[in-house]
Design a protein around this ligand. Structure first.
Ligand code: ZN
Ligand code: ZN
Length: 260
């Protein structure tokens, strides 16, 4: 599997010269095999997606918060007639996958519906586990307001677990430790510092300390911390990363490619 971090920012996009190293695009991860191009979320990171040719295109939504959908109207693959994109989402608040997307991109909030774009989106209400081509997809529910899915994708004995938008809880997070056990790559929410978390408990995001705990206790082989707070610039993130950085442990940088 080839993994490309297209967007690792959380909550809102960030912009400017102080956001170039870790990037300002919101959540989007591209996972590719020989036949599949699977995007986890369609945050603004998806705008920088590489051109996809001769692969099935799938979008797996963790949840429909704005920062995970905002890039969808600018997804290059949507602009090509004849393209088919499979979009999967769990039913949320009684809304189907299609209703979640239509609710956002419709007049007067957006000039046209996504279905008016040249490509066709096939909507699927998610039922896990499932397979997409040669990729096995599993999920567990995250600790997050309104819910969010933690995905695990497995291909040829290698796996990635994506736990963006996840608030660690000492008593409730045992299932994540089991789910991420021995995975090759864990993408883990580490939006807040310990100091910030005092005012943001219940917002649905973890601290770096909590994220490190999940990494260590799960036995995952490597980790990239994701969902960077929009107010944490490059220097701030570098300072947080410096004491723990290794080839296995890093903050996610937009554009990074990882071969599993
Ligand atoms: Zn988010
Ligand atoms: Zn969220």
């Amino acid at each position: 599997m080839n993994v490309t971090i297209l967007g690792a920012r959380g909550s809102m996009p960030a912009e400017g010269p102080e956001f170039t190293e870790f990037g300002g695009g919101t959540t989007c991860v591209l996972i590719e095999t020989e036949s599949q191009a699977i995007f986890i979320d369609a945050g603004t990171g998806i705008i920088k997606a590489p051109h996809i040719e001769n692969k099935e295109i799938t979008i797996l939504l963790t949840h429909p918060h704005l920062d995970h959908l905002l890039g969808l109207p600018f997804f290059e693959a949507l602009r090509k007639k004849g393209n088919q994109i499979n979009l999967y989402a769990l039913e949320r608040n009684g809304k189907s996958a299609k209703e979640q997307v239509d609710g956002l991109f419709d007049v007067p909030y957006w000039p046209c519906k996504i279905e008016n774009y040249p490509a066709k989106i096939n909507y699927h209400d998610l039922k896990l586990p499932m397979t997409i081509g040669d990729v096995k997809v599993e999920g567990i529910e995250a600790m997050h307001p309104g819910g969010s899915l933690v995905y695990k994708l497995t291909h040829k004995g290698r796996s990635i677990v994506v736990a963006t938008d996840y608030e660690y809880d000492e008593e409730m997070s045992g299932d994540l430790l089991v789910f991420a056990k021995d995975t090759d790559l864990l993408l883990m929410d580490a939006q807040y510092t310990e100091e910030e978390y005092k005012d943001r408990m219940g917002f649905g995001h973890s601290t770096l300390k909590q994220a490190m705990k999940v990494f260590k206790e799960s036995g995952a082989k490597s980790v990239r911390f994701v969902h960077h707070d929009p107010f944490h610039n490059d220097e701030f993130l570098r300072n947080l990363e410096q004491p723990i950085k290794s080839t296995q442990i890093m903050f996610a940088r937009e554009g990074e490619e990882i071969v599993l």
